[in-house]
Write a protein that binds this ligand. Sequence first.
Ligand code: FES
Length: 157
Amino acid sequence: MEALSQTATVPRSRREFMANMILGVGTTLGLGSLAFRFLEYLYPVVLPIKLVEIPAGNVNEIPPNGVRLVHLPEGPVMLEKTDNEVRALSAICTHLGCIIAWHPKAKEFICPCHGGRYDFNGNVVFGPPPRPLEKIQVKLRDGQVFVLMQSIKEEKV
Ligand code: FES
């Protein structure tokens, strides 16, 4: 009976105190880290994409009412020339990323991988692509075509 009362009144040792403190600090840091990651998931930091002007050739290299495929380091681009404007579309299929080709007789962009088809404006007309081709801004200066894209020199987000 006396032994029981002795253990109940023994003060905590320094070792036990340190073990509890390390356990408490570790648990707090672990739960804090989990909470931080969860908040990061709920509110992701989205950095703005900086577009730069990338030279894509001379405007005369695009056939009238036609299309020219340009392979830029930033990605393949379809340049289109109508009677009164020059436009650019990404040449990357929105299904699984194959490079599309312009078929002038059909007047369609056709993807060689799964047969996806797009019209001259980049809208899907057939096949598995889930959305239209990405439109790319164009600037003309002194007969040169510039497309506004994210530079490969910048870190892609
Ligand atoms: S990758 Fe173009 S249709 Fe599948």
